[in-house]
Structures are given as C-alpha cells and as structure tokens.
Design a protein around this ligand. Structure first.
Ligand SMILES: Cc1cc2nc3c(=O)[nH]c(=O)nc-3n(C[C@H](O)[C@H](O)[C@H](O)COP(=O)(O)O)c2cc1C
Length: 295
C-alpha cells in the first residue's frame, strides 16, 4: 500500500483479489469465450477501454491499438480525440465505440456524434465521470470545460446517435444506472476511471446491485484494474456482459503495437476460458455468481 489513503485503484485491486472461486470440474467441457456485445458476436468479452492523448510520443499508436483489438476479434473503444486521429482509428477496421467527453460546449458533443455516424462507428458514448475536477470546480481537459449532464441531455445524445448504441461510462451507483436506462442508453460501463474519485466504491462491489436493478434493460460493462482472464471472469460472474482492460494493455504494448495488443487480449481470453472450464461454464453468458466466494 502506498502512503496515499483512499486510493480507488488500490481499493479496487484489493477487492478483486478478495474474491475467490469454487471449482466444479466433473462433467466440465472446454468452453468458448465468444460473446455478443450490443448485438454483435465478438471472439471475447475482453475489450478496450477509452484512451486519449496516446499519440503524444507514440505516433500511430491509437490506430495500432485499434488494429490489435480488431485482430483479436475484440471490441475497441476510444476516448478524447481529434477528427484526424479518429479517422485513423476507424480506418484500422476494428468495431469502435467513441467515448465523448462531457464537454460544457454541447456543439462539440454533437460534432463528435455526427463524426461517428459518418465514419462507421460501432457506437458512441460519454464518460460522465469527467465532470468535476479536484479543485471544487468543473474539470478542465486542456482548454475545454466539462460539466455534469442531466437525463435530458443524455436523452438528446441518444437521439442524435440514432441507430448507434449509446454507452454511458463512469456509472458507480444504481441511481445513475437507472437514469441511464431512462435516457435510453444501450449500455453502461461501471467504472471510476482509474481513480478519478478517491474512495470510490470498487466496480465489482456495486456491479451485482446494478445488475439486479437494471440488468434486464441495459448491457453492463465493467472496467478498472482488469489484468487477467481470472479478473475478467470475476466481473462476468458478478454481472458484467463485457469487460474493458485499460492501463494493463497500454503498458504491455507500446513497444509491440498491434501484434502485442492482439497477443495480450488472446492471452487474457485463454486465461478466462481456463477458469470457465474449471467452473463448469460452457459459455460466457452462463457464468454466474454462485461460484464466487468472498474472503
Ligand atoms: C492514458 C489514459 C487515457 C485515458 N483517456 C480516457 C478518455 O479519454 N475517456 C475515458 O472515458 N476514459 C479514459 N481513460 C480511462 C480508461 O478508459 C479506464 O476507465 C481507466 O483507466 C480504468 O481502467 P484501468 O484501471 O484498467 O486502467 C484513460 C486512461 C488512461 C490510462
């Protein structure tokens, strides 16, 4: 543990590690990791999280990353970006969801949605958890001011996105999850955005409560701290339909590009399949929380 207290990343890691798993081997078979996410089948429930500012010092890396996720048959997400960078990411061929910042200037949001619509995006969304800074003010990202969004505003983005599914990222309560359903979002990501908020509840703690409240009305993704197939299994067991891996994949693949990304996603997926097999689950949809034992 570091000197810092209430570090959400540390709380989250400790919570993931406190979850252990029963073994159910008799009659088990080799499972498949194929998973349907927002109506499309992918080779794995492991997907990218939203990243931004990666091109600084690593030109071409965002497109490499997208290519790697595509190569692994996985869903790609991307965060704050420019038109030019998003063009390169879309051209890399992966199914990509652009997560838009909660800009106070609404015209920027509608521009990004239109850009996604005209460039073949798989979906769009918003990281609503970037609204507040740590200084008692709305957050600034570069020159851009952020703001918290209302259900009505979210509804207007869902409407502008038309047939593209809208994902709300940064949900950490049943109340926000219910508001996302009310706004017409198709999915939420349960996340604290790598500790944007000290003392945040671990995503896997709140996930089952969100699942039982809205799981039949909206798809649920999880992120924060997932580094292995075992971690991914725990999230699926507690109610996630798919899981993002973020800083883990970054650190591993700056040097190795698309090949390295695809290899690491495949390695995590193989790890997931092994855990599923040991628990007697044949498909990712079958995985349930009955095998989880909290220490
Ligand atoms: C360099 C970097 C850039 C990020 N940029 C964004 C972004 O633009 N939009 C967003 O929603 N999340 C962004 N995130 C947050 C990730 O999507 C993810 O929620 C977070 O890192 C938690 O996952 P982790 O613990 O696996 O890293 C960024 C994270 C990193 C490390």
């Amino acid at each position: 543990m570091s000197e810092k207290r209430n570090d959400s990343n540390e709380i989250t890691r400790a919570y993931i590690d406190s979850l252990t798993i029963e073994q159910r081997l008799i009659d088990a078979v080799l499972p498949t990791a194929k998973t349907t996410i927002l109506g499309k089948e992918f080779s794995t429930p492991v997907m990218n999280a939203a990243f931004s500012f990666l091109a600084q010092g690593h030109p071409g890396y965002p497109a490499e990353m997208a290519k790697g996720f595509g190569k692994a048959g996985a869903l790609n997400m991307w965060g704050m970006s420019t038109d030019e960078e998003m063009e390169q990411i879309y051209a890399a061929g992966a199914n990509t969801i652009e997560i838009i910042k909660p800009f106070a200037d609404e015209s920027l949001i509608f521009h990004r949605i239109e850009f996604a619509l005209s460039h073949g995006a798989f979906g769009v969304g918003m990281d609503i958890d970037h609204a507040f800074g740590r200084n008692g003010a709305y957050d600034m990202v570069g020159e851009y001011m952020m703001e918290p969004k209302t259900v009505k505003q979210l509804e207007s983005y869902v409407k502008a996105a038309g047939d593209l599914p809208f994902v709300v990222k940064g949900v950490l309560s049943v109340i926000d999850a219910q508001k996302c359903v009310a706004a017409g979002a198709k999915a939420i990501t349960v996340s604290h955005h790598h500790g944007i908020f000290d003392g945040a509840v671990p995503p896997l703690y709140i996930l089952p409560k969100i699942k039982s409240a809205v799981g039949d009305q909206i798809e649920i993704f999880a992120d924060c701290g997932f580094e292995s197939g075992l971690d991914v299994f725990k999230a699926l067991a507690l109610g996630a339909d798919a899981v993002s891996t973020s800083r883990h994949i970054l650190a591993k693949t700056y040097a190795t590009g698309a090949e390295g990304v695809a290899e690491e996603i495949t390695r995590m997926t193989e790890g997931l399949v092994s855990v599923m097999g040991r628990c007697g689950f044949k498909t990712t949809e079958e995985i349930d929380s009955s095998v989880i034992r909290k220490l």
